[in-house]
Write a protein that binds this ligand. Sequence first.
Ligand SMILES: *Cc1c(COP(=O)(O)O)cnc(C)c1O
Length: 360
Amino acid sequence: MKNNIKITKTQSSRLSTVDFNNLPFGRIFSDHMFIVDYENGVWVNPRIVPFEHFPMHPGSMVLHYGQAIFEGMKASKGYDGTPFLFRPEMHAKRLNASAERMCMPTLPEDLFLEGLHALVGVDADWIPPQEGSALYLRPFMIATDEFIGVRPSDHYRFMIITCPVGPYYSKPVRLKVETEYVRAVNGGTGEAKAAGNYAGSLLPARKAQQAGFDQVMWMDGHEFRYIQEVGTMNIFFVIDGKVITPATDGAILKGITRDCVLTILRDKGYEVEERPLTIDEVLDAFEAGTLQEVFGTGTAAVIAHVAEISYKGRELILPPVADRKVAQFVFDQINGLRAGKIADSHQWIVPVNMDAMVGA
Ligand SMILES: *Cc1c(COP(=O)(O)O)cnc(C)c1O
C-alpha cells in the first residue's frame, strides 16, 4: 500500500437488512465509500469512510458546467469465494482518458486501483455470492470549486460508491434508428464517459420509448448513415458469419466489454471486423437474408440481444434468440470467467488484495 488510505469503518452495518435474492439495480449502497480530494495540484487525503451524504456548496462547479465523469464496473466472487475485480486497470486508464477530455486532472492509476481494492476488501461481504450477481462499482470524479465563472475547476473530488446487484438479464430489445438527434460527433465528448453525454441522450431515449421501442441506435452526426452504438452499449452485427462492430472513431465509447468480445471471438477463430458500418449495409444484409445476429455489449448486461430494428418506418425482425450462436458463446464465456469457471488466459480476473485492509 503506497497511498496510505485511511480506513474508518462503520459502527452500524446495514448488511443484515439487505436481501441478496431481491436487489433492485442501483438503489442499495454498501456500508462504505472511497474519497480522495484534489487540491493545489495534488490528490490528498485518500480515505474510506462510512457511506453517508456529504455537504456541497450550491456554487460547486460540477452543478453548473458539468465537469463530471464516471466508470461502471463489477466485483464478483469466484466459486471458492475469493472476491475479484475484472480488468480494473482498463477502467483506470479510461477514467483518465475521460478526465483529459473534460479538462480534469488524471488520477494516478495505482491510487485508483488501491482505492478499489481497499473498498471492495472492506465491503467484501456486500458481494452477493449468487452466480451472475455482483457488487457494481461506480468510480466518479466531480469539479468542486465554489465558483460560477466558466473555466476548469481547480478542486475535484474522486469517489467510489458500490451497489450489490442481481443478475441483470436484458430481454431482447427493440431499437429505433435515431434519425433526428445525435449522441456524439467526432471531436465532441462521445469517447469520454461523461455525465453530460447521458443527459443529452435522455430525451431521444424517452421519445423512442413513447413510440414503443426500448432504446435508440445512434448514428453519426454528419450523414446519419454510420452506426455508432445503442443506448449505452456498443453494438455488434453478425453478417454472413462475420462479426462486425463499428470502429471507434472518436465519437464511440470504448467499451471494455466490447474489447472482451473482440478478443474472445478472435481467439475462437471468428472473422472479426472493426470498421465503419452503414445502416444501408445492414438493410442490404437483411434483404439478402444474411443478417444473423445483432447484440449490444456493456458491463451491466454483458450482452443484450436485439430483437428488432426500426429504420424510417421499415421493421427489421431479426432471427430468434435461440439461433444466436455468437452472442450466446461470448455471453457464456464472459459469465464463465466472472464465475471463475473458465480459465482466465488473458489475466482479466484480478483477486482483491485483502491486505489493503490493514490499518482498519
Ligand atoms: C459505459 C458505456 C458503454 C459500455 O462500456 P463497458 O466498458 O463495456 O461497460 C458503451 N457505451 C456508452 C455510451 C457507455 O457509457
